[in-house]
Design a protein around this ligand. Structure first.
Ligand code: SAH
Ligand code: SF4
Length: 348
């Protein structure tokens, strides 16, 4: 196993790395292009399926690279057709990816870390802190498991699974590079949403990438006191700094930001909060994604449906674009983090 650890993962390879590997194996350079096309245009990580390669080269690829490092450990379907895949990693840790079909689109929700260091008090993902960052190939492999399972390439990808992606910036950026560059997967950055708990330095690094990703900022509160009840001090930034980064994102990237707002009964669901959120959203040209709290083991309560609708109406009446899905199932309608949490408890 020790030697396995030092091998490079296939989905992490660049064109020039593949060319030197193929060259070292005494193969002509066009083989590198064939392999990369299998990997990034046909989402195929198993050399046995790369039928236009000589058998010997397929075998050598399996010896020289970690072709697929993760596997689907459990599939759970909810009645609204959302499918959660629990994906086990090569060190036996696990993350989740979620397949969310709607009438005309299919969205994949991906994880960026095992656990999460932010530890928002309502979230199952942060319960045990951060275990480790995902590598770029482990992020890409989630996409490939989703494609293999659903038979479809997603219309949208949202990084709303386990973890705070902006705190695993280099690996996330590497995965985003592979997902969006024409030579690799070539998906439009406009179809990829990066959700952050408001880690401001990460927002500025994302701006430096210069691509029109959708940025979703988990605001959850309209004043810092309330926000402090929800998000621990360690990695929480002041709302004013988050709003400034949101303005800078719009100015430099040219895209409106989304505010995510997990509705917690009696904490952040008052009429006054809705009015203040409306004013903030208008001032900073943000859309608002309302996520009624999905029960985890935490002590919070989901507001009553009527209160959720009232909150939404206040925003809409103020002219704010609001997204709200009422089906149970939690964040992006799927409660990422809960399957992993269950898996950890089973292991104990
Ligand atoms: N770490 C990033 C992305 C992952 S969480 C972030 O916090 O934005 C994605 C979204 O799901 C966040 O807006 C988060 O607040 C929300 N969420 C997490 N657990 C939830 C729960 N139990 N109920 C409702 N929303 C939840
Ligand atoms: Fe981490 Fe996001 Fe969960 Fe907060 S909501 S603990 S940042 S995954």
């Amino acid at each position: 196993m020790a030697s396995q650890m030092s091998l490079k993962a296939l989905a992490d390879c660049t064109y020039s790395e593949m060319e030197s590997l193929v060259g070292n194996l005494g193969q002509p350079l066009f083989r590198a292009k064939q392999i990369m096309e299998w990997v990034f245009k046909h989402y195929e990580l198993n050399p046995d399926h790369m039928l236009n390669l000589p058998l010997k080269l397929r075998e050598e690829l399996k010896n020289k690279l970690i072709c697929m490092s993760s596997k689907i450990k459990e599939v759970s379907k909810s009645n609204d057709k959302t499918t959660k895949l629990l994906i086990s990693l090569d060190d036996d840790e696990a993350v989740e990816m979620v397949i969310i079909p709607s009438r005309e689109r299919i969205t994949f929700c991906l994880s960026t870390q095992v656990g999460c260091p932010v530890g928002c008090r309502f979230c199952a993902s942060g319960e045990g802190g951060l275990v480790r960052n995902l590598k770029a190939h482990e992020i890409i492999e989630q996409l490939y498991h989703g494609i293999a399972h659903s038979g479809k390439f997603p219309d949208n990808i949202v990084f709303m699974g386990i973890g705070e992606g902006l705190l695993n910036f280099d690996n996330l950026a590497e995965a985003l590079h592979k997902m969006t560059e024409a030579d690799y997967i070539g998906m439009s950055p406009r179809r990829i949403t990066i959700s952050s708990s408001g880690y401001v330095p990460g927002v500025y690094r994302l701006i430096e990438l210069g691509k029109p990703f959708i940025l979703a900022l988990s605001l959850h509160a309209v004043d810092d006191e309330t926000r402090a009840e929800i998000i621990p001090d360690k990695l929480r930034y002041p709302i004013a700094e988050i709003l400034q980064s949101c303005d800078d994102y719009e100015e430099k990237i040219g895209r409106m930001v989304t505010f995510e707002y997990t509705l917690l009964a009696g904490i952040n669901d008052s009429r006054a909060a809705a009015e203040k959120l409306s004013a903030m959203a208008r001032k900073h040209h943000a859309k608002v994604n309302l996520i009624p709290y999905n029960k985890t083991t935490k002590e919070f309560k989901r507001p009553k449906e009527i209160d959720i609708l009232n909150f939404r109406d206040i925003l809409e009446e103020a002219g704010v674009t609001v997204m709200l899905r009422l089906e149970k199932g939690g964040k992006v309608n799927a409660a990422c983090g809960q399957l992993r949490a269950k898996h950890m408890k089973n292991d104990k």
